[in-house]
Design a protein around this ligand. Structure first.
Ligand SMILES: [Zn+2]
Ligand SMILES: [Zn+2]
Length: 347
């Protein structure tokens, strides 16, 4: 089969490699019918995230089960499944406590190399998925690969970002960062019926995607003073929930400034340095800050919402490339060429 490797010196290399085989009796082999290129893949490629090279990239994908281990009970060959970016066993003490992002049996994710689980990734034709019964989700017949593709990573993360703030109906929400995660947060925020939903980004084309997904106010910091705008439109008080999906130093400070006293800041963007943290503001406004890695246990709920046409982020997939041309897809996505938001990779 073909697979995209990250080699030494940040080289992407599409190569022939043997197909994966079952190792444990609870494994399945998934034939990848669609994968995506995620921001984290770009970080691995560019060396922003530390990794030990020589591994197959890719952790956001859907496919068809082509082989099952003898102890797999819930899935059969031929079934379509969504796979979480980081698999989990479901039975270790951390999984039992709902902390599946810290599964003691896996400790990692697909396509991240030896430093993080050593699970070959999905930018390939086949993937071995461990602990299939615990972590896979069946894709309903009426849901396409395209509609289901983001459920195992950025859509779950967007949902988690909103859920962390538990906004009551009628709340005001601001999402900083209109990348795929921020845009998924906008779509998921709709499920909580906000009256105002601000979206902040310097890329106008990404803001326009947000408008289609339900953002009520689009703010480009290159043109407006974001804090002033948000305060002006919220009686000077700010919003009940801010979501930091940007992961740049300026954002966290802005989130804290425009969150109403007693409100919540939900952090899902990675990379905000602690030195920027405005402790006094945080203290004197009695704020709550939550964040972290998404527990990928909501895939079935999200697929149910997609099936019922209550949630649809497939418009974020702006480009499709064949696996043979995946490196072009990396350049397209990394450089935001041709107004790219998300690239789907097909065999
Ligand atoms: Zn990702
Ligand atoms: Zn576990």
């Amino acid at each position: 089969m073909k697979a995209l490797f990250l080699r030494e010196h940040q080289v992407l290399s599409l190569e022939d490699t043997p197909e994966p085989r079952l190792i444990n009796t609870t494994d399945v082999i998934v034939r990848v019918t669609a994968s995506s290129i995620c921001g984290s893949d770009i970080h691995f490629w560019k060396g922003h995230f530390p990794s030990i090279p020589n591994f197959i990239l890719g952790h956001e994908f859907v496919g068809v089960i082509s082989e099952t281990g003898k102890d797999v009970e819930a899935f059969r060959v031929g079934e379509r499944v969504a796979v979480p970016a980081g698999p989990f066993c479901g039975i270790c003490p951390n999984c039992a406590a709902g902390k599946v992002y810290n599964c003691l049996a896996v400790q990692g994710m697909f396509g991240a190399g030896k430093a993080k689980g050593n699970l070959p990734g999905a930018q390939s034709h086949y993937v071995r998925v461990p602990h299939a019964d615990a972590c896979l989700a069946k894709i309903p017949d009426t849901v396409s690969d395209r509609e289901a593709l983001l459920v195992g990573d950025v859509l779950s993360t967007g949902y988690f970002a909103v859920e962390n703030g538990s906004p009551p109906p009628g709340a005001r929400v601001a999402v900083f960062g209109a990348g795929p995660v921020g845009l998924c947060a906008v779509a998921c925020a709709q499920l909580f019926s906000p009256v105002q939903l601000f979206l902040i980004d310097i890329e106008d084309y990404r803001l326009q995607h947000g408008r289609k997904l339900g953002a009520t106010h689009l703010l480009n910091p290159n043109r407006v003073n974001v804090i002033k705008e948000i305060k002006g439109l919220t009686d000077g008080n700010g919003v009940e929930l801010t979501i930091d999906a940007a992961g740049i130093p300026q954002t966290l400070n802005q989130c804290i400034t425009c969150t109403t006293p007693g409100g919540t800041i939900s952090v899902v963007g990675i990379g905000t340095p602690a030195s920027e943290f405005p402790m006094m503001k945080f203290m004197f406004k009695n704020l709550t800050m939550r964040g972290g890695l998404v527990p990928l246990t909501q895939m079935k709920r999200l697929l149910t919402l997609i099936e019922a046409k209550r949630l649809d982020v497939s418009s974020l997939i702006t480009h499709t490339v064949k696996l043979d041309n995946i490196i072009e897809g990396y350049h397209l996505f990394a450089n935001k060429e041709d107004n790219c938001v998300k690239v789907m990779v097909v065999p």
